[in-house]
Design a protein around this ligand. Structure first.
Ligand SMILES: C[S@@+](CC[C@H](N)C(=O)[O-])C[C@H]1O[C@@H](n2cnc3c(N)ncnc32)[C@H](O)[C@@H]1O
Length: 268
């Protein structure tokens, strides 16, 4: 197979990669058969998975659009995956052509793909760093450079904080990020939650405890507490499809089936 231009030399294309598997769920084209095979196995166990991922990505699109419409032009996307299908810089620049985005992910493969995809983009940067080592992340020159401009920065933590365990204390980590932000900055966060699907808790536990990246499901109250120091905009922390839907009809009768909640808040 010819190596596509967005694939760095040396990438092992015989192994599935979570960010490419995610791209497949979203309907993107940055994935290989080995990724699709893994996705199909997961979908067999949990058929709603692609719909959940798309619902999450649609929240991100609506949140970035909302923030750009409120005048935000700086974005720090932590846990970005590969910025392909519906990437933050594309969504933001549809409204604010001058928008700058710093993408951060801990996964070296996602970072390598992202760097190649964005190498000609002067207003975006890609950083390999881990939210759990937040001091290191916030000290990276791309991040300090973005913050030093003094403009409000929207921090995106979209479908990432559930990869941080209770012991690693995501609320505290987010507090460190918050304290570095200029006034008027924002947090957009989505997070897995089984509060509306207690019937599924046992299956999820089994599925995820076996993976190298276990998920910690949290309640609305725990996720709302992550917005400490931010003022939540309406409608607060709600199930993914309920956050400022494009049209009321798109919410569906069972938003809790998307097993995720989300919100956006501003730092006063
Ligand atoms: C489900 S994807 C979400 C991608 C994108 N934010 C979205 O919602 O469409 C989660 C991403 O977070 C990254 N990630 C997980 N834990 C992380 C951590 N502690 N620090 C930085 N990135 C992390 C993974 O490598 C993966 O690319």
């Amino acid at each position: 197979m010819r190596r596509p231009s967005w694939v760095p030399e040396g990438t092992d294309l015989d192994k599935p990669n979570a960010a490419r598997v995610y791209d497949y769920y979203l309907g993107g084209s940055h994935n290989f058969e080995v990724d699709r095979e893994m996705a199909r196995k997961a979908i067999a166990l949990w058929p709603e998975l692609p719909q959940i991922m798309r619902s999450n990505r649609a929240f991100m699109r609506r949140a970035v659009t909302f923030l750009a419409e409120r005048g935000v032009t700086r974005f720090l996307d932590i846990g970005s995956g590969i910025p392909t299908f519906g990437a933050v810089h594309e969504i933001a620049r549809a409204i604010r052509p001058e928008a700058k985005v710093v993408y951060v992910d801990r996964d070296p493969v996602a970072v390598a793909h992202s760097r190649l995809l964005l190498e000609d983009d002067a207003n975006s940067a890609v950083v390999q760093a881990d939210l759990r080592d937040v001091e290191d992340l916030m000290a990276r020159p791309e991040v300090t450079g973005l913050l030093a401009e003094g403009e409000p920065v929207a921090v995106l933590l979209v479908a990432v904080a559930h990869f941080v365990s209770d012991e690693e204390d995501p609320r505290k980590l987010i507090g460190v990020v918050r304290d570095a932000l200029p006034a008027g900055s924002a947090l957009a966060l989505s997070h897995a939650s089984l509060e509306g699907r207690p019937d599924q808790a046992e299956d999820h536990q089994k599925l995820y405890q076996r993976t190298p990246t276990p998920l910690t499901m949290r309640t609305h109250a725990q996720i709302t507490a992550m917005f400490d120091g931010f003022e939540l905009v309406e409608p607060g922390v709600v199930y993914l499809p309920q956050w400022r839907p494009d049209q009321p009809g798109t919410v569906g009768e069972h938003p809790e089936r998307m097993t995720g909640v989300a919100g956006v808040g501003f730092r006063p």
